[in-house]
Design a protein around this ligand. Sequence first.
Ligand code: MN
Length: 524
Amino acid sequence: MVASSREQRGLPSTSAGAYTQELLDTEDADARCAVDAASRPPWCAAVFCGHEERAGPSGLWSIFQKRETFNEKVSGGPDVKIISLELWVILRDGLVMWTSTWSDWMCKGLRNLNLRRMMPSRGYYRRGAAYLAMGKFKEALKDFQQVKKICPNDPDATRKLKECEKAVQKIRFEEAICVGDAERRSVADSIDYHIIEVEPHYAGPRIDGEEITIDFVKAMLDEFKKQKCIHKRYAYQIVLKTLDLLRSMPSLVDVDVPNGGHFTVCGDVHGQYFDLLNIFDLNGLPSEENPYLFNGDFVDRGSFSVEVILTLFAFKCLYPKAMYLARGNHESKSMNKIYGFEGEVRSKLGEKFVELFAEVFCWLPLAHVINNKVFVVHGGLFSVDGVKLSDIRSIDRFCEPPEEGLMCELLWSDPQPQLGRGPSKRGVALSFGADVTKKFLQENNLDLIVRSHEVKDEGYEIEHDGKLITVFSAPNYCDQMGNKGAFIRFTAPEMKPDIVTFSAVPHPDVRPMAYANNFLRMFQ
Ligand SMILES: [Mn+2]
């Protein structure tokens, strides 16, 4: 297994960790708000951004236009370069960014930015918030304790510290009752759905016996459309059968598309159930003749994540050879705790399912290769050269995504326009250039990389001289981004990518992140 520490590779250990002491030292009781702080050179602003993974200078410009201070400073318009601009951007997905020039900032471009009121002890506050966004509660707690020390009477600081303490206590409790990895008991093994009674008054669809049928699945989809859930017994049945299927699969799955056959790859769905149904309307329901690969990030953010995951899992049970599922960085406990899935599962299915989904997610394969030509992975490539498909195949994947190494990078990396490798804008894994892509493809005798993980205006983006395609299938991401969604259809034997884009469809009035951790909401 190839792994080296981030420091050895010259990358910061984490972005939050790399947060400058300088900021911590510049306490300023007057700086009640980020805008105030930002109006003095060097500009120093903590910005909470509604969304990661988003380009477009127009949106960014709009926040500056809202503030007179900024209007003065950048009256020449967005082309003006301001060398002293220093911005810390803390994004929801654990992204911490720092930029030093206006143009740099613009090219990383983010929109829907909201400047947030900052506390005087803004250094600790911001770093704490960054840790929080990454699910690092213990680290966050230390920073909020500092904030509280500096401003003991600030009710806002007190409230956040309390929440933080609660979260850490809960984690300690969970750790205490959790036995070591080696002897960890499977939640799945402790469940026998056969003994769960289905009450006579239950009016939803039923599964007779062991076999999940297409009629049941169709009835389930309709039930979900009406915002009703299926009986827990059947939810257990779907999830447990999926677990059995996934457990038997390797970490790298080879997919064979026969000549004349086609195969569809979808990117992030992120709990947007109604848009998932739209994909099926446009491209057909999954079936043996119409196989799909969903490339991770099925859940979180969108508030219909339970519906999405049960739908994908049910099709996996129906057609194990025509529904492939890859793990994304959001198929993990730490992300689900913050970005909504955990809360949604608890609310719709109950506590036991929280643990069960966490276990099943650990069995999701990490990457797929279609017809020995197309490499499909959620995030991207590696911090080291020479990784072979056999290295990926031999990853022992049954764990929460680690903070470094091949598995981490598969789930978290992003492509970059520059050659070589660079630090990640997310604070996890890295960015890789066209040369890295080309070398990997050559060494493994492949033609193309398909990955997801980043929202794109058109639902997709072709980069690295046509050798890498990003596909993202959650249109109007979080009800705000205005992006299209896309999927890619390949036909054998040519395996030429045929990209289809689509717009968002309406959904019932439940806002994204409705079930998200209270914590994150405090910072929004
Ligand atoms: Mn992702």
